[in-house]
Design a protein around this ligand. Sequence first.
Ligand code: 13P
Length: 256
Amino acid sequence: MVDKTRRKPLIAGNWKMNGSADMARELVDALLGHLPIGSVEIMVIPPFPYLAQIRSRIAGNQLLLGAQNVSMHAGGAFTGEVSAGMLADVGVAGVLVGHSERRELCGEDDAQVAAKFEAVRRAGLKPVLCIGETLQQRDAGMAESRVGEQLDAVLERCGIEAFAGAAIAYEPVWAIGTGRVASASQAQQIHSFVRTRLANHDATIAGLVRILYGGSMKPENASSLLACPDIDGGLIGGASLNAGHFLEIASAAARA
Ligand code: 13P
């Protein structure tokens, strides 16, 4: 498999539905004061209302801006939805698609996630495709097959070329916000499975795509996860709301 050093680590902080204008300002300023951290790319993913505010604070800096969700449609009568073009307009660089909370709480299925992935690509933004199995699926020995299905839905709709410049986040649902973390070997096994599945289509793209781990990643466990050959960064929830913890994880990525 391709040398890990060809891929810059990416540490992305998904704030989920947390924060306020004041918190956004303080957190972003605290991060900006410590950048750059080696060659690590750092992305903050706040709720929609804070995107424009943060964009004006990070202008000219190395912090990347991400969005938590997007419509699969380009525009029109879709009240409450936000298009990929609008996100591009306010300076967003990357967009989460298929986060497990959206799959579970909002009923997004694999086909809708694939359509969102395509919409993000069309707008020239980086999709961050979230995949992962539930505890029930893991216990039934179906972790790889579920993750494979989620990946195949996007491969079938968009093709392997669409993964050039995209990122994938493996987030075992049972490890999200639970304090339970996948062991480094459990995570590496799925990351390697994902990369191999992509390599069956195109080994070069598979070697370059960044696969992030998400699910209770914290300063205490980041180093062992990030040392794995196919783990290229993290999609961090809870720990990204604390600038010090988030920066510690980014430093662990710089050392990995
Ligand atoms: P936690 O880091 O809080 O487990 O959240 C992970 C996640 O869902 C990030 O998208």
